[in-house]
Design a protein around this ligand. Structure first.
Ligand code: SF4
Ligand code: MG
Length: 286
């Protein structure tokens, strides 16, 4: 057995979560992810969060783009929409505009989000669309068998950069903070309980919440150390971190090489639905 192909999180932690009876939101479709992929703890994290928040099935829509992470809607018992590569946010925005009472969860990986879909993120963030965007960042294109992605580390070797990646990786947290996202956080697939807490907080936020979830690709990350590509040398945000301080959030977000987990920034402001409602009233609507 390839030494790299082993669980990146403790299976017993997931068993604990399952033992709590948090299964109602899992669909009967078994995930097709590789054994040990961090996406399993994300599926558990989302189902735990939906159980905690007691949101009825009929009120939840999970929308995804294309990629390993984007298979997500098949594995949860919510309404779902598996859309086109990079187009998760426009579709999710349309769903939310169609019915502002829905809880909309957008899901994707780093390639889907920051390459082909990168142009959609600033607009969903600045408009403060009331949805949660979960980006599963493994710094690689997993579904297409392991090419360098926009968040791959410098020096990373893949089939598309066999002589090492020479491109500086994007910093997703800095981007989202700059774009005006009203809730920005970071979690790690190897810490499933914390991940479930973070997803719960992200969904609870009224406005655009962005959660970056670090999750190494255990199959196609061919570095000697599976963790090296994402430098998953995680730490907690400082206890005295002020989540209302944008500059403090940016200062923490710069440490991509030693990523901090937790809520970086949260801010309460009008959502797109509220703005549209006010505009409708001014125009003589209901
Ligand atoms: Fe997960 Fe990588 Fe397998 Fe995709 S290819 S399911 S990201 S381990
Ligand atoms: Mg990826």
């Amino acid at each position: 057995m390839n030494e790299r192909v082993k669980p990146v999180y403790l299976e017993e932690k997931l068993e604990e979560i399952r033992a709590d009876g948090h299964q109602e939101y899992r669909s009967k479709s078994l995930p097709t992810w590789c054994p040990g992929c961090g996406y399993f703890s994300m599926a558990e994290g989302l189902t735990v969060a939906l159980n905690r928040l007691e949101i009825p099935f009929k009120d939840v829509v999970t929308v995804s783009g294309i990629g390993c992470a984007s298979r997500f809607p098949f594995f949860v018992s919510t309404y779902g929409f598996h859309t086109l590569h990079g187009r998760v946010l426009p579709v999710a925005t349309g769903v939310k505009i169609g019915n502002d009472d829905l809880t909309v969860i957008a899901v994707g990986g780093d390639g889907d989000a920051f390459a082909i879909g990168g142009g959609h993120i600033p607009h969903a963030a600045r408009r403060n669309v009331d949805m949660t965007y979960l980006v599963f960042d493994n710094g690689i294109y997993g579904l297409t068998k392991g090419q360098t992605s926009p968040t791959s580390a410098l020096g990373f070797k893949t089939s598309s950069t066999p002589y090492e990646n020479g491109d500086v990786p994007l910093n997703p947290l800095m981007m989202l903070l700059s774009y005006g996202a009203s809730w920005v956080g970071q979690a790690y697939a190897g810490h499933p309980h914390h991940l479930a807490d973070m997803i719960t907080q992200a969904i609870s936020h009224r406005g655009f919440s962005f959660l970056r979830i670090l999750s190494p690709c255990v199959t196609f990350d061919k570095t000697n150390n599976t963790y090296a590509n994402l430098n998953v040398n995680v730490r907690d945000l400082p206890e005295d971190h002020d989540t209302s301080d944008l500059m403090a959030a940016m200062a923490q977000a710069q440490h991509n090489d030693h990523p901090a987990l937790g809520v970086y920034f949260e801010h309460d402001r009008a959502t797109l639905g509220q703005v549209m409602g006010a505009t409708s009233k001014r125009a003589g609507g209901d």
